[in-house]
Design a binder for this molecule. Structure first.
Ligand code: SF4
Length: 437
C-alpha cells in the first residue's frame, strides 16, 4: 500500500515518487529526488538556532560585524544559543545594545514549531515538529522526535530526512513519500526543542511530573539517529549537526553517546567514523542475502559481506566501542535457531551487541511478530555465543510513540480517508531506542 503524506503534496521539494506494492515487487530499492534545501541558514527564515560556527560567522558578517570581532562574537552567540538556550537576544548581556538591536532586526532565535506533544505514562515524550517554510508553497515539513527517559540517561531519537529514500519491506516509513533531507540546523533544532520542552538548560526546571534522569547529568544525554530517514543518505548534514551537538562549549553531547543507525550505506560508513566519530548501529534484520534483499533492499547494492567488511573497518571500533546490530524478529521469516547461529557466525571478530526487536505490525504489513518463546530462544543462542542480546521493548506505546504514528494521528485530523494508511510504524525510530552507552 502506497502512502503519500499530506505534507508532500504541498512541499516544492517533494519527490515525484511514492512507493507502491508493485514497485516494491519489481525490486524498487530507493526513491530519488532533489533532496536538499538551501544550506547556510535555517530554511524559510532567519533563525540562528541550529547553525554551525561558520554559518553564524557568515550571518554576523552579513550585518556588518567587523572581521576582527567575528570570532569573539561567534563564541558569544554560541554560548547563549547552545549552552544557555537563550530565546531572546536581549538576554545576551555581554554584547552591546547596538549589536543586540542589529541582531534582533536581522535574525531570530526561533525554534521549529511543536505541532503536538504527547507524554506516555512511562515518561516517553513524542513531538511532531514542523520545520520553517522553505518557500511560498511550503507549509513546512513535519518530522517526529522522541524522548525516552531512564533513570541514568535520556535518549533523544532524531530524524535525518522527511520520509525515507529506502523501501525496507517491514517498515512503514519506507512506504512514505520522500520529501527532502533535513538541513544540519533542522537536525540540531530537534535537540533544542527537546531541551526547551523538558527544561534541560542551566537554571531551567522540567515540567511538573516529568520523568527525567535523576543521576545529576543532562536530561538529554544520548542521541540516536533512528527517526525518519537514512542518515547516511544525508551525511553532510548529519556530520555537521553532530559537530554542533558535540561541541564542548555548547550542547556538549559526547560523541560516544551519539549513535548513527544505517541500513547499510557502505560507501559512507568509513566517512562517518572518520569525521563524526560516533557509535554505529546497523539495521541488519537478516543473515542471508536473499532474505535481506527483500527486508532491506539496499542489500542488493551492498550485500551482507560488503556491509560486514565495512563494519570491521569502522574507525575506532573496539570492545569499548561496539557496533549495535538491530534485528527485528519476524515470525517464520528470520527467527529460526539456524538464523541465530548464522548471525553469531557472521559477526565473528566484530565487537558487537545485538538488539532483538519485537516487530510491531502495521495495517498492510505482511509480517507478524515472532512468538515470545522464539525470541527468548534466539536471544539465548546469541547470548551463549558471548554477545549481549537485549530484547528491546518499545516505549510509549500508549501515545503511539512508534515512529510514524504521531504523524498519522495528525493526518487523521486532516484527512480521515488516510486514517488507516497512516497508522504504521517506522522501524528505525521505534525499536532500537535505548541502545548505546
Ligand atoms: S527501516 Fe529505516 S532505512 Fe529502511 S525504510 Fe524504514 S526508515 Fe528507511
Amino acid at each position: 500500500m502506497a502512502t503519500v503524506l499530506d505534507i508532500a503534496k504541498r512541499n516544492p521539494n517533494a519527490a515525484p515518487l511514492a512507493v507502491s506494492d508493485a514497485a516494491r515487487a519489481a525490486g524498487f530499492i530507493e526513491k530519488t529526488a532533489e533532496l536538499n534545501v538551501v544550506a547556510g541558514a535555517a530554511p524559510g527564515g532567519a533563525s540562528l538556532v541550529g547553525l554551525t560556527r561558520d554559518q553564524l560567522k557568515d550571518s554576523l558578517a552579513a550585518i556588518d560585524v567587523p572581521e576582527r570581532e567575528l570570532k569573539m562574537r561567534v563564541a558569544q552567540l554560541w554560548h547563549w544559543i547552545y549552552f544557555r538556550g537563550a530565546r531572546d537576544f536581549a538576554e545576551m548581556t555581554n554584547m552591546g545594545k547596538e549589536l543586540r538591536a542589529k541582531l534582533s532586526t536581522a535574525y531570530t532565535l526561533a525554534r521549529p514549531q511543536v505541532v503536538s506533544e504527547q507524554v506516555s505514562k512511562d515518561g516517553t515524550r513524542k513531538w511532531l515538529i514542523r520545520m520553517a517554510s522553505t518557500g511560498p508553497l511550503d507549509k513546512g515539513a513535519e518530522i517526529e522526535c522522541v524522548y525516552i527517559p531512564e533513570v541514568d540517561r535520556g535518549t533523544l531519537c532524531v530524524s535525518s530526512q522527511v520520509g525515507c529514500t529506502l523501501t525496507c519491506s517491514f517498515c512503514h516509513t519506507g512506504t512514505q513519500r520522500l520529501v527532502r533531507n533535513l538541513t544540519s540546523a533542522e537536525i540540531v533544532a530537534q535537540l533544542i526543542v527537546a531541551r526547551d520542552a523538558i527544561g534541560d538548560w542551566p537554571g531551567a526546571t522540567p515540567p511538573d511530573g516529568a520523568f527525567v534522569p535523576s543521576d545529576g547529568g543532562r536530561f538529554v544525554s544520548n542521541i540516536v539517529f533512528m527517526g525518519m530517514g537514512e542518515p547516511l543518505y544525508n551525511t553532510d548534514n548529519v556530520v555537521a549537526a553532530i559537530d554542533v551537538m558535540s561541541d564542548g562549549e555548547g550542547l556538549t553531547l559526547s560523541r560516544r553517546r551519539i549513535t548513527v543507525s544505517t541500513s547499510g550505506v557502505v560507501p559512507q560508513m568509513e566517512r562517518l567514523g572518520a569525521e563524526a566519530n560516533t557509535m554505529l548501529a546497523i539495521s541488519l534484520h537478516a543473515v542471508r542475502d536473499e532474505l535481506r534483499d527483500e527486508l532491506v533492499p539496499i542489500n542488493r547494492k551492498y550485500d551482507i559481506k560488503q556491509l560486514l567488511d565495512a563494519c570491521r573497518a569502522y574507525p575506532g571500533l573496539s570492545n569499548a566501542r561496539r557496533i549495535t546490530f538491530e534485528y527485528v524478529m519476524l515470525k517464520g521469516v528470520n527467527d529460526s535457531d539456524a538464523d541465530a547461529r548464522k548471525l553469531v557466525q557472521l559477526l565473528k571478530g566484530i565487537p558487537a551487541k545485538i538488539n532483538l526487536i519485537p516487530f510491531n505490525p502495521w495495517p498492510g504489513s505482511k509480517y507478524e511478530c515472532s512468538d515470545w518463546e522464539r525470541i527468548e530462544r534466539f536471544s539465548e543462542i546469541v547470548y551463549r555465543a558471548g554477545y549481549a542480546s537485549p530484547v528491546r521493548t518499545p516505549r510509549g506505546r500508549d501515545i503511539l510513540a512508534a515512529c510514524g504514528q504521531l504523524k498519522s494521528e495528525t493526518e487523521k485530523l486532516r484527512a480521515r480517508a488516510r486514517m488507516m494508511a497512516e497508522q504504521g510504524i517506522g522501524a528505525e525510530g521505534v525499536y532500537a531506542v535505548g541502545n548505546g552507552e
